[in-house]
Design a binder for this molecule. Structure first.
Ligand code: NAD
Ligand code: KPL
Length: 305
C-alpha cells in the first residue's frame, strides 16, 4: 500500500499538516480545487509555513481530483460543508481499504463522507491547533494545540500513526473520538453563536453568563440523551474556563462572519438542534439561539445552513 499522504485542501490546517509531514521527509501530494488553482500554485512552486519569526518553503507536488493514480491515504482538510462534495469527486480514485482522516470541526460531515465511501476507513479527528492563511499558499501556525484521532467503528491503530510523531504533529489515538467531538461541539455551541449575536470577543460573554449557563444546561441534557454523558460533565465550568482563557480572542465563527465567509453552523448548532429533534427533546434556549443566529446570518446575506 502506498505511503503517500494525499491532502485535500491547501487551506489553513491542510497546509500546516502538509508542511510538517513534508519537512519530516514523508511523501505528500496536495489535491487542489481545480485547474486554475493548480496553475496558480505551480507558479509559486510550494507552500510556505510561518512559525514565529521563521518562514520555510516546501515544494510539495500538487494535482486536482482528476489526477492519476489510486489514493490510499487522504487527509480531508476542507470545511465541513465542502467535505462530502469533495469526496464524491475523489471517490473513483480511492483504493479499496483507503484510509481517510477527517479534520472537520463539528459533527455530521463525517457521516456524510462515510456514507459515500463504504469501502474506505474513515478516521475522525478533533484538533485544537490553530492556523490561518496569511496569503495564498502562506500559512501561519498560530496556536499550539493537540489532535485526537479515532475510528468509531474499529479501535485498531493505523499503521501510519507514527508518521504524525515523526512530523512533530501532537496526536493521540483515542477510542472516544465521538466524545471529544461532541464536547468540542458543545463548547462551540455555547460560545461562538453568542459572540456573533453580541458582536464581542469571547471575554465579552462574561457579561452574559446567565445566557451561557442556561445553554450549557440544555447542551448537557442533549449530550446525555445522545449517549455522551462524559461529554456533559462539568460543561458549564469548562465553557467558563475557555471564555476566560480566550477572553481576548474572537471566536472562529465571529471571524468567519466578519470576513463575510460561510460558517459551519449546520455542523455545530444546527447538528445539536437536529439531534434534539430526533430525540424529541425540547431545548428552548438552544432553539432560540439557532433561530437568532440563522436570522443574523441571513440578514448579512450569508448561508444559514
Ligand atoms: P480553510 O478554509 O482555511 O481551508 C479549506 C481549504 O479547502 C480551502 O483552501 C478550500 O479551497 C479547500 N477546498 C474546498 N473544497 C475543496 C475541494 N473540493 N478540493 C480541494 N480543495 C478544496 O479551512 P481550515 O481553517 O483549514 O479548516 C478546515 C477544517 O478544520 C474546518 O472544519 C475547521 O473548523 C477545522 N479546524 C480549523 C482550525 C484552524 O485553526 N484553521 C482549527 C481547528 C479545526
Ligand atoms: O474553538 C473555539 C472557536 O473559536 O471556534 C473556541 C472559542 C475556543 C470555543 O468555542
Amino acid at each position: 500500500m502506498s505511503s503517500t499522504w494525499h491532502i485535500l485542501g491547501a487551506g489553513s490546517l491542510g497546509s500546516l499538516w502538509a508542511c510538517r509531514l513534508a519537512r519530516a521527509g514523508k511523501a505528500v501530494r496536495l489535491i487542489l480545487r481545480d485547474a486554475q488553482r493548480l496553475q496558480a500554485y505551480q507558479q509559486v512552486g510550494g507552500l510556505t509555513l510561518h512559525e514565529q519569526d521563521t518562514a520555510n518553503h516546501y515544494a510539495i507536488p500538487a494535482e486536482t481530483a482528476e489526477g492519476d493514480g489510486p489514493i490510499h491515504r487522504l487527509l480531508v482538510a476542507c470545511k465541513a460543508y465542502d467535505a462530502a462534495p469533495a469526496i464524491a469527486r475523489l471517490a473513483p480514485r480511492l483504493a479499496d481499504g483507503a484510509e481517510l482522516v477527517l479534520l472537520q470541526n463539528g459533527l455530521g460531515s463525517q457521516d456524510e463522507v462515510a456514507d459515500q465511501v463504504p469501502h474506505a476507513r474513515c478516521i475522525f479527528a478533533s484538533s485544537t491547533e490553530g492556523a490561518f492563511r496569511e496569503d495564498d499558499w502562506q500559512v501561519r501556525f498560530a496556536g499550539h494545540g493537540f489532535n485526537w484521532l479515532g475510528d468509531p467503528l474499529t479501535p485498531a491503530l493505523p499503521e501510519w500513526f507514527d508518521d504524525l510523531h515523526d512530523a512533530g504533529i501532537p496526536a493521540e489515538w483515542t477510542v472516544d473520538i465521538l466524545t471529544r467531538l461532541w464536547r468540542k461541539l458543545a463548547l462551540n455551541c455555547a460560545i461562538n453563536p453568542l459572540t456573533v449575536l453580541h458582536e464581542c470577543r469571547n471575554g465579552g460573554l462574561l457579561e452574559h453568563l446567565g445566557e451561557v449557563t442556561a445553554l450549557c444546561d440544555e447542551l448537557a441534557e442533549l449530550l446525555r440523551r445522545c449517549g455522551q454523558p462524559q461529554a456533559a460533565e462539568d460543561l458549564d465550568e469548562e465553557v467558563q474556563r475557555v471564555i476566560l482563557a480566550t477572553a481576548a480572542n474572537y471566536s472562529s465563527m465571529y471571524q468567519d462572519v466578519r470576513a463575510g465567509r460561510r460558517t459551519e453552523v449546520h455542523y455545530l448548532l444546527g447538528h445539536a438542534c437536529r439531534a434534539a429533534d430526533r430525540h424529541g427533546l425540547q431545548l428552548p434556549q438552544l432553539e432560540r439561539l439557532h433561530r437568532r443566529l440563522v436570522d443574523n446570518l441571513q440578514a448579512r446575506g450569508l448561508p444559514s445552513a
